[in-house]
Design a protein around this ligand. Sequence first.
Ligand SMILES: [Zn+2]
Length: 281
Amino acid sequence: MPELPEVETIARGVDKRVRGDRIVQVWFSRLPQPFKSPRARQAKGLTGRTILAVHRTGKHIVAELGSSASEHEREARRPCAQWIVHLGMTGRLLVTSAEIPLATHTHARLFLASGRELRFVDPRRFGRLEFRDLGREAPFGAPGDEPLSIGEDEFAALFRGRRLPIKAALLNQSLLAGVGNIYADESLFQAGIRPRRRANRVTRPEIERLRKSLREILTHAIRLGGSSVSDYVDADGERGFFQLEHCVYQRTGEPCRRCQTPIRRIIVAGRGTHYCPNCQR
Ligand SMILES: [Zn+2]
């Protein structure tokens, strides 16, 4: 499942390749599954629009679209619609040239004026595609705060008065947008905090360590992802991402990289959770 750094990397890669291009035609598969807004409405809404920018919001990829009708340059540069892509478990967003054969499970093809195509491929169909007309609907926003840019006080406020385990709070998407299991475990390790500690009992200095660890780990992963993005968005897209060398995630029983104590696995918030019983308190 793509995590925040992967989604960020994909969004940047797609942005680099399609920014300024125009959608001339749209094709959708006949399956009802990945379409959050009706297919016909999406196709009609997308056709003719210019892609102004592509970015990440939470774990969603958002394409900002210009007007399709306006001849005025300035008018055409103002976002007035959005195409929102959630990759789900297995979704991929590919920028390809037209002659690249279609992958099975291709659900969407956006034909661009440059001759390229933006394709959405998703074997398990947990991904979602949505169109928003900003003249009539609010722009897409993730419910939680952005972990890469949240400030010290705002971050501390997220956990105040919460009796649930700190890891459960980290995974709560309405508090923080896009933090998944790997990055929750790794940031708690780096901050020296046990995943089961109650959020309201974690001290302010620990909370601040956690905020910095989370940001560092995510930023590092985005940097590494950047080097493999062309594999991901071009043609086959099968190779995925450079694997981070994890400290605790899925290293149950293996020695801690800091102190050699075997890494333990427990369940927190229904998720497999890995920590070092010596380094994390
Ligand atoms: Zn340790």
